[in-house]
Design a protein around this ligand. Structure first.
Ligand SMILES: C[S@@+](CC[C@H](N)C(=O)[O-])C[C@H]1O[C@@H](n2cnc3c(N)ncnc32)[C@H](O)[C@@H]1O
Length: 376
């Protein structure tokens, strides 16, 4: 979804999302650097740039975000992006047809096995090529997921739950793990080179905070550990395969406040997703939550796949050997519910992005979920 252009030397972009589903409706926008937007964009991630300002002082002059709806289709190329795009039945049918077509020649089982067995190698190769060149701030995280900011720990549900957790005095409690003395613990799974972890470490100065992060790419984890911002007194990075049922996380059950999954669940074999989520759910404290953002069904990235890249229904392999699944809200909701979690949010984010130069329209679909572990 390139290109993102910069005008007048601007480095500050305003990125906007408006989301709706039957029950959730809200507006968000956030500032981020060009590099951050460009990187996220270049990976096919969830960003659209609607406007920009050359300095914070220009804020007042920018157009109002969050209410740019395409009422007159002939105006589509008037702006870079449109919010809360409703898909017509015809568009949905066309997307369904494209997916039927691009799924009609599934990859052989032998090759599928190879993609599964060598999954971490493909990601290692990815990080060997890209390293952490794209590593920039991701301050939008705190707008979308305030649970990651210092005020996040005061979420009324978690606070209520913590009060109701029985005193552990006299019980056999495992205190021999990194971050055991912390009072607020966050785990990011599939952390890549730390695009989420480092902004949290920078922004959240809560002395009780400890962050765990893992990825099955040892190359990515090494890049996290060698980053000058890596601070072992506040953070623990480790290699871990989310889909491996035989592996234990180095953290006891009922110990985490937040688990973050950003464009990672979609990278694993669909048949292994439920167990992976259930295992993670056990690590949450009562009141703790999983935050997820990932690809939605019929996202542009899914429709662009050519025949011969489909592994199984809605699951594809990219040219570099990395894989991607496209979710519906219900699939994710069912998975979290089966893992014993309760919905706090499950929204679909539909945006129409426009390349005005090339007169192209791009329909993006992302899903964002927050699911909470009930109090005992
Ligand atoms: C699309 S990238 C997202 C990276 C990061 N979450 C971000 O948003 O910058 C997917 C990440 O998931 C990791 N990953 C894929 N499958 C995994 C698995 N089975 N276990 C752990 N990490 C995995 C990849 O190595 C990669 O770093």
């Amino acid at each position: 979804m390139r290109p993102l252009t910069t005008r007048g030397g601007s480095r500050l972009f305003h990125v906007l999302l408006r989301r709706t589903s039957t029950s959730d409706r809200y507006i968000h926008h956030w500032p981020c650097t060009f590099s951050a937007a460009d990187w996220i964009s270049s990976r096919g991630f969830a960003v659209s740039v609607t406007s920009m300002a050359s300095s914070p002082g220009m804020e007042e002059k920018r157009p109002q975000f969050g209410n740019r709806f395409l009422k007159d289709p002939s105006q589509v190329f008037q702006h870079n992006a449109w919010d809360n795009v409703q898909w017509s039945e015809e568009q949905e049918a066309t997307a369904r047809k494209k997916v039927l077509e691009n799924s009609s020649q599934p990859i052989s089982l032998e090759q599928q096995e190879e993609y599964e067995n060598k999954a971490s190698n493909f990601w290692d190769d990815f990080y060997t090529i890209h390293e952490n060149r794209f590593f920039k701030d991701r301050q939008w995280l705190f707008t979308e997921f305030p649970e990651l900011s210092p005020s996040g720990r005061s979420h009324p549900d978690s606070a209520e739950c913590q009060r109701s957790v029985p005193d552990q005095e006299g019980q056999d409690v495992n205190n021999d793990y990194p971050g055991s003395s912390a009072s607020y613990r966050i785990l990011e799974v599939g952390c890549g080179v730390g695009n989420t972890v480092f902004p949290i470490l920078q922004t959240n100065n809560d002395p009780g905070l400890f962050i765990y992060c893992c990825d099955f790419s040892s190359t990515a984890v090494e890049l996290v550990k060698t980053n000058p911002q890596y601070n072992p007194s506040r953070c623990f990075a480790f290699v871990h395969d989310l889909s491996d049922e035989n592996l234990q996380y180095p953290i006891p059950e009922d110990s985490l406040d937040v688990i973050v999954l950003i464009f990672v669940l979609s990278a694993i074999l669909p048949s292994k997703m439920q167990d992976a989520i259930s295992r993670l759910s056990r690590l949450l404290k009562p009141g703790g939550c999983i935050l997820l953002r990932d690809y939605g069904r019929y996202d542009m990235a899914q429709l662009r796949f050519k025949k011969g890249r489909c592994l199984s229904e809605n699951f594809y392999v990219r040219g570099d050997g990395t894989r991607v699944y496209f979710f519906t809200q219900d699939e994710l909701g069912d998975m979290f519910n089966k893992a014993g979690l309760e919905k706090a949010q499950n929204i679909v984010d539909r945006r129409l992005q426009v390349n005005r130069g090339k007169q192209l329209t791009m329909y993006r679909v992302w899903i964002q979920c927050k699911y909470r572990k009930p109090c005992n």
